[in-house]
Ligand binder design. Sequence first.
Ligand SMILES: *[C@@H]1O[C@H](CO)[C@@H](O)[C@H](O)[C@H]1NC(C)=O
Ligand SMILES: *[C@@H]1O[C@H](CO)[C@@H](O)[C@H](O)[C@H]1NC(C)=O
Length: 404
Amino acid sequence: MTVIKTLVSLTLFTGAWAGPVQKRQWFNPNPAYPPDEVDMLLVATMPKVAVWMAQRAGKTNNCTLENAAVRKEWSDLTPDERKEYIRAVRCLQSKPPKAPKDQVPGSLSRFDDFVATHMTMAPMLHSPTNLLAAHRYYIWAYEKALREECGYKGYQPYMNYNRYADDPINSPMFDGSDTSMGGNGEPHDYPGIMTVFPRPHNMIPSAGGGGCVTTGPFKDMVVSLGPKSTIVRDIPPNPRADGLGSNPRCLRRDVNKYSAAGARANYTFSAIVDHPTIDSFYNRYLGQPQLKDDPNPWGIHMAGHYIIGGDPGGDFYASPGDPAFYFHHGMLDRVWWIWQMQDPDNRINAVPTHGNLGAPPEGGGGGGIWDEVVDLGWTAPPVKLMDLNEQLGGLGGEFCYVYA
Ligand SMILES: *[C@@H]1O[C@H](CO)[C@@H](O)[C@H](O)[C@H]1NC(C)=O
Ligand SMILES: *[C@@H]1O[C@H](CO)[C@@H](O)[C@H](O)[C@H]1NC(C)=O
């Protein structure tokens, strides 16, 4: 830790980087939020990224560190940039759906098409081999829809949980201002969230919300799809068993600091640096096995989800129906990428339960997992799972972004 801190402060303030990294800013000093240990680890990792990209020259489908898009933290966007992002999300919520009416009668918009994709393809999206990569593709497809269908010029922001963990309700993400992603829910009989762990640490307590969001840009948003596996009491059931029918209702949240505590930077940092194999990283990401004496043993995946909880944010199937979902999975994608880039030779093609699969077979294909397909239905075309591993140059160069 101390070594990393020293190294980072040196590189940060002397700019002692070689090559393309020097030409762009990889860290945006934000007076409101001093860099946490994961931010600093990322800065310290950028020289490795530059070395990797030099080594990969000619094989990254024209993706370079100079032309890569930069996904930023929400608070690092200017207020106008945040408003522009919010405009684009609302635009997606007003565009007609592409999902066929007979299959998804409850989809009201292109935004809902993404929710319906997540609902109908949940087993594929959440299998151990796919969780990381298929969600990378899913977030990217959403960003692409915002840009191509709604004229958004920026990139998908992420939520650095650590910035907001002390007081998420009053954070720039959820304070209900017109530059936030909407406020907390009204007080409600919200049960908190039962997790799978043995007592006493099996419950993320309610933080007092759970009712309708009444402030900020999404206060009038209509949630239609779901619920399918809700944690909120007293919401009307969906007319269809698969949750894809029309069920108009308000957006509900319980913006929850107890959940956020399990996604603080010490958890994400430890997941990255203490877990060199893909299986151990993946298990830590899911919070399994539970750490001894851990007061917040949710795992960063669950902890990040239940920072909003509510409906549909707390519903395993319909969770992308809360627009904050994409910020959470953006952060998870960032954590995975930082983990990959600690040792790209051995980690880029490492897949949970399969270990490090190394370089792709000559001439493509090769059978088994190399031919496995991820299909996002109405939101993005089928692609090979193994084409989703490289954030800089994967998917034939369509993936070309970094997290700042
Ligand atoms: C990469 O750039 C070269 C030269 O500009 C171009 O000929 C080639 O088509 C590009 N490849 C891709 C995948 O965009
Ligand atoms: C993170 O820090 C909190 C205290 O701030 C501690 O209770 C928790 O055990 C730490 N978790 C990890 C994984 O280090």
